[in-house]
Write a protein that binds this ligand. Sequence first.
Ligand SMILES: Nc1ncnc2c1ncn2[C@@H]1O[C@H](COP(=O)(O)OP(=O)(O)OP(=O)(O)O)[C@@H](O)[C@H]1O
Length: 338
Amino acid sequence: MVRETSSPVTTTSPTSMSVEKSSDTNDRPVAVKTVGLTKIYGQIRAVDHLTLELRQGDLFGFIGPNGSGKTTTMRILATLLQPSWGEAYVCDHSIYTHPKEIRRLIGYMPDFFGVYDDMKVIEYLEFFAAAYRINGPKRRRVCEEMLELVELGYKRDALVTSLSRGMTQRLGLARVLLHDPQVLILDEPASGLDPRARIEIRQLLKRLRQMGKTIMVSSHILPELADICNKVGIIEQGVLKVCGELEEVMRRIREKITLCIELWDQPDGAARLLDSHELVESVDVRQNRLYVTLKKGVEDYRELPRLLLEGGYAIKLFKEEEINLETAFMMLTKGMTS
Ligand SMILES: Nc1ncnc2c1ncn2[C@@H]1O[C@H](COP(=O)(O)OP(=O)(O)OP(=O)(O)O)[C@@H](O)[C@H]1O
């Protein structure tokens, strides 16, 4: 099995790269767009010429260390903060000229939000539904539906202060879904949750994507985002280092390809054969598998499986090792902003 050819990549600046989108992606309408978005606080460039585009139905993982500019970007998109300069659009509406329209179209969940004492879960949602002018019998119906969606129906009469953090986050999601927004901007919805509650949030995000929502979700929980996002952006010190389709991003940030090969027999002989090949930098044998690291820049390695077959080795498995999002993140960021 030989690796597919990668799509072209556009380097936008020495410190950032964007990845061209597949034709499938380009067929969907643009849901969120920023062009040169910049926010300056005194000496700090919280967001620095950030350009990105999300299409309808994208689940975009916005990843960066503490203080890298995620919240600032999200607050600008939510029309809660004015940028220093640059453009931002939600469903073609400019944050400068059409903030009201944008507020109707988005559901923004901040990283921290308060809940009210002495309020039941259903009352809490009804309070916000009223703020969205959802009136009459529809209000109760929508609130009940949202509670079911986030699997909190059984807690409808509990006090909001009695909910666990995971339940409170799910209630927060129900709240931002009340007015059926097209675009969800979720600032670290899984932060502070235990593994089980994180899985529940992830499943919920997947479900929301299936419902056609465009979702921008920030997180430090990198491997989890890799599971659910189709697009990722990695930001550091306000600069979007890399942005694009998840698979392409992974492919581009990896400097050297490592192949994982399993044979029906004789791994040591095959290891020696591969180790002497000009494309190969090193071969490691672990648990009967060969991990073959290619030299920097080598992308076409189709002659290697041929070599093995001609040498009489029967191949059981031949694949590229996948780089995970956490490794990618560590490679791209230097931990300067935490
Ligand atoms: N109101 C403000 N005044 C001054 N500086 C600010 C303000 N808000 C944010 N900053 C600075 O802007 C930078 C980006 O902050 P931001 O909150 O956007 O980062 P973040 O990636 O969301 O961080 P975290 O993951 O910790 O929430 C940081 O250096 C922060 O200290």
